[in-house]
Design a protein around this ligand. Structure first.
Ligand code: MSP
Length: 507
């Protein structure tokens, strides 16, 4: 059995989730559900990043001790996947005892392997990024992402010999041209490595909030190192009495946005090599969702609460929009109008109406019985294309391209209705066999589309299969022409995507 382990970044709990976080979580869930359909053994990890200055300061501002603060807010973050129907296997919190213990073990190994030394550090620290910044990276003396002036910090702490990994990382990138996708992100990471790697400080002195450095408890582990290690630590304690590393490491795919590329594509593999672990199987770096050309972000304040969207349109529509709005991998500007427009055009009309029409015609012209038909109809090729193409595209994380292929099927079924005009066939007894054929093909195409779409539309897909009286077995092999069974009792289906008043939506 093939193992498929996927992760989202663990999100900072300095405030509540917005649609940008839901974006990565949705993509990870689509990929996981698809791999399940293929019979793979899957593990989907998400969670929260709870240490660091950023979180500590918010707790302070609210007059709470950090643990009380993170315990409260972690609940809002647990809601995020539930809200968008993301069926994760484990929700990690970096304040979990199991995680903290593992972080200590992990960095102790790096220390024992000789890749950690003590030195004085002086630099400019952006709390928003939780990262030291080089003067050259600043714009008008400010962090280009957060627009804030970084703080000067000088302290003695422990350094990680990242410089020792320049050569091994270049060899890794050369040996595995698909290590980072899309290709332009691979190039970006590789040229960063080629440009020379500097050691970085792996601990912070005198910080009350973090995982203590095992050999010097006056220091805590740097929040990014603490956070990255979650991808392995979770496997050691997610299932009591089981070490999931045996099954899932290094079969891991990390999803992340471009702002945290260096941490994931450069620092993380180096830390793993230093600790004696294998590097991840693959990393996929997606773009930013932009609202009016500005990144949706807590610091900028232009957030869209996923809760509001799900309330109005339902989780399937939000999932669908997330992957349709922007080609996965690219940056893209989104508007709420575009969500509304897509909901009506694609979900309500292309798909919803097709289900209503097909079931209504079967009810009306054939007394609710799907005709028994064999042999090749007009839609087999398009179903075959879905069966073949969707997995190929999803293997390279192309969640947008894969759903395009399924949409070709949905559109061609609509075209088929327009071209064959079943309502005219129904008037002519001599063409009864033609009508049987058309009704069967529509039902069969919709059934195959529902199975293929189930990773994207987990609520809607079973409704379509039920409306057609077909098996709800979502195994990928069912995306195959001719598997529709002739059943009776089909009734006109209720609308799958009811009208939403744009006024309500805007409010
Ligand atoms: N805590 C770190 C990650 C540590 S992982 C070991 C962090 N947290 S974050 O809360 O800032 O989340 C960043 C991630 O959220 C991005 O990498 C991306 O997955 C997602 N996104 C947040 N805003 C986004 C957009 N506007 N657009 C797309 N993805 C966005 O960084």
């Amino acid at each position: 059995m093939t193992s498929f382990y996927i992760t989202t970044p663990i999100y900072y709990v300095n405030s509540t989730p917005h649609i940008g976080h839901a974006y990565t979580t949705i993509a990870a869930d689509i990929l996981t559900r698809h791999h399940k359909q293929r019979g793979d053994e899957t593990f989907f990890l998400t969670g929260t990043d709870e240490h660091g200055s950023k979180v500590y300061r918010v707790a302070e501002e609210q007059g709470l001790d950090p643990k009380t603060y993170v315990d409260q807010i972690a609940e809002a973050w647990r809601e995020l996947p539930r809200l968008v129907d993301a069926d994760y296997d484990f929700f990690i919190r970096t304040t979990d005892e199991g995680h903290k213990r593992f972080v200590q073990e992990f960095i102790q190994r790096i220390y024992d392997n000789g890749y950690i030394y003590r030195d004085v550090y002086s630099g400019l620290y952006c709390v928003g990024c939780e990262e030291f910044k080089a003067e050259a990276e600043l714009v008008d003396g400010k962090c280009p992402i957060h627009g804030t002036v970084p703080e000067r910090i000088e302290e003695t702490n422990y350094f990680f010999k990242l410089s020792a990994f320049q050569q091994p990382l270049l060899e890794l990138y050369d040996a595995r041209p698909d290590f980072v996708l899309p290709r332009f992100r691979y190039n970006e990471a590789r040229s960063f490595i080629e440009g020379g790697l500097q050691d970085f400080s792996l601990s912070r002195a005198g910080h009350p909030w973090g995982v203590p450095v095992p050999w010097d408890d006056s220091q805590v582990v740097y929040v990014w190192v603490d956070a990255l290690i979650n991808y392995v630590s979770a496997l050691t304690y997610a299932r009591e009495g089981e070490d999931l590393r045996e099954k899932f490491w290094p079969e891991v795919r990390h999803l992340l946005a471009k702002d945290i590329l260096r941490f994931h594509c450069v620092f993380w593999p180096a830390l793993l090599l230093a600790a004696g672990y294998e590097v991840p199987k693959q990393l996929f770096v997606h773009g930013w969702l932009l609202l009016d050309d500005t990144k949706i972000s807590k610091s900028v304040g232009n957030v869209i609460d996923p809760l509001d969207l799900v309330d109005v349109y339902g989780s399937d529509a939000v999932r669908f929009w997330a992957v349709r709005a922007v080609s996965f991998g690219q940056d893209g500007n989104v508007t709420l109008d575009s969500l509304h427009e897509r909901y009506e055009r694609e979900l309500a009309n292309d798909l919803g109406n097709l289900v209503s029409r097909t079931t209504a015609m079967i009810a009306r012209y054939r007394d609710g019985r799907i005709p028994a038909i064999t042999g090749d109809g007009g839609v087999s090729d398009v179903i075959e294309a879905v069966k073949r193409e969707v997995p190929t595209r999803l293997d390279v994380f192309d969640v947008t391209g894969a759903v395009d292929v399924v949409w070709d099927l949905v559109r061609s079924l609509n075209k088929h209705v327009e071209q064959t005009k079943p309502w005219e066939l129904a008037k002519d007894e001599a063409r009864s066999a033609d009508l049987d054929r058309v009704l069967y093909d529509l039902a069969d195409g919709l059934r195959a589309a529902a199975v293929a779409l189930s990773a994207y539309l987990p609520r809607t897909a079973p409704l379509i299969l039920r409306a057609l009286g077909q098996s709800e077995d979502l195994a990928w092999e069912n995306v195959e022409p001719g598997r529709t069974v002739p059943v009776e009792g089909i009734e006109p289906a209720a609308p799958l995507f009811p009208r939403v008043d744009p006024q309500t939506a805007a409010a």
